[in-house]
Design a protein. Structure first.
Ligand code: ADP
Length: 230
C-alpha cells in the first residue's frame, strides 16, 4: 500500500502519517523531517537549506526529488507513506515517473481538508519534541504532561517555520503551488478527501476506513486503477 498525504501546513499530515505507520508498518518518507535532520546535523545540505526553510520557503524541486529518490531506494519491502512530497506539480509528475520506474503503484492520495483559521491556530501553538519531532498543540497534548508520547523526550521546541511571517508564506505557497495537485490526483481517480477539522482520532478513523476499502479492493482485483469508485 502506497500513500500520499496532501494538505496545507498544519493539516495534520505528520500526525496522521505516524499513526498510519504504526498501524500498517509502512515506510514513512517525510521530506520535511529529512531536511530538519540535515539542518540539525549541520550537513552541507542542511546549511544550504536552513535559511530557505526557516523563512517559510521550500528548497528546489531538484533537492526534494533527490532526497525522495534516495529514501525510496533505501526502502525495505514495505509500502510507503509520503508526507511533504510532492508539493508542486512538477514534483508530482516526477514522483509518478520514479514510481513507474521502480514498479510502485501510488494507491491513494489522502487530502486533509482544514480551514485556514484552524491551520493558523494549530501552527502558531505547535511545539515539537526536540529529539523525535513529534508535534503537539494545547488541543493535542502528550498523554503525560511534558513527556513525548513517541520517545519520552522532555524538551519541546518551536519550529522556526512556525513563526507568523513564515506561516503566512507557507500558506501562500501552498495555495499557489500545492493546491493544483488536488486536481492532478482527482483526474486520475487517486484522490480521497478527509475532514481534517475533526479531532485526531476521528481523522484517523476516516483514513482507516479508506485504507481498509483499499485493501479489500486490492485483494479482489489485484489492480486498483481499474476501480472507479472506492
Ligand atoms: P502537518 O504535518 O500537516 O504540518 P501536523 O501533523 O504537524 O501537521 O499538525 C499540526 C499541529 O496540529 C500539530 O501540533 C498537531 O498536534 C495538531 N493537530 C494535528 N491533527 C489535528 C487535529 N485533527 N485536530 C487538532 N489538532 C491537530
Amino acid at each position: 500500500m502506497n500513500i500520499v498525504l496532501l494538505g496545507p501546513p498544519g493539516a495534520g499530515k505528520g500526525t496522521q502519517a505516524n499513526l498510519i505507520q504504526e498501524q500498517h508498518h509502512l515506510t514513512l518518507i517525510s521530506t520535511g523531517e529529512i531536511l530538519r535532520e540535515e539542518i540539525k546535523k549541520e550537513t552541507p545540505l542542511g546549511l544550504q537549506v536552513k535559511k530557505i526553510i526557516e523563512s517559510g520557503q521550500f528548497p528546489s524541486d531538484d533537492i526534494i526529488l533527490e532526497l525522495f529518490e534516495d529514501a525510496l531506494k533505501k526502502m525495505k519491502d514495505t509500502g510507503v507513506i509520503l508526507d511533504g512530497v510532492p508539493r508542486t506539480l512538477n514534483q508530482a509528475q516526477k514522483v509518478d515517473e520514479i514510481f513507474k520506474e521502480l514498479d510502485i503503484d501510488l494507491d491513494i492520495v489522502i487530502q486533509l481538508a482544514v480551514e485556514d483559521k484552524e491551520l493558523i491556530k494549530r501552527l502558531s501553538s505547535r511545539m515539537i519534541c526536540k529529539a523525535c519531532s513529534a508535534s503537539y498543540t494545547p488541543e493535542v497534548p502528550p498523554r503525560k504532561e511534558g513527556v513525548c508520547d513517541k520517545c519520552s523526550g522532555q524538551e519541546f521546541i518551536r519550529r522556526p517555520d512556525d513563526e507568523p511571517e513564515a506561516i503566512k508564506m507557507r500558506l501562500h505557497i501552498y495555495n499557489e503551488q500545492t493546491k493544483p495537485l488536488i486536481q492532478y490526483y482527482s483526474k486520475t481517480n487517486r484522490l480521497k478527501v478527509v475532514d481534517g477539522m475533526k479531532p485526531v482520532k476521528e481523522v484517523q478513523a476516516q483514513i482507516e476506513l479508506l485504507l481498509s476499502d483499499l485493501q479489500v479492493l486490492t485483494r479482489k482485483s489485484g489492480c486498483l486503477y481499474s476501480a472507479q469508485d472506492i
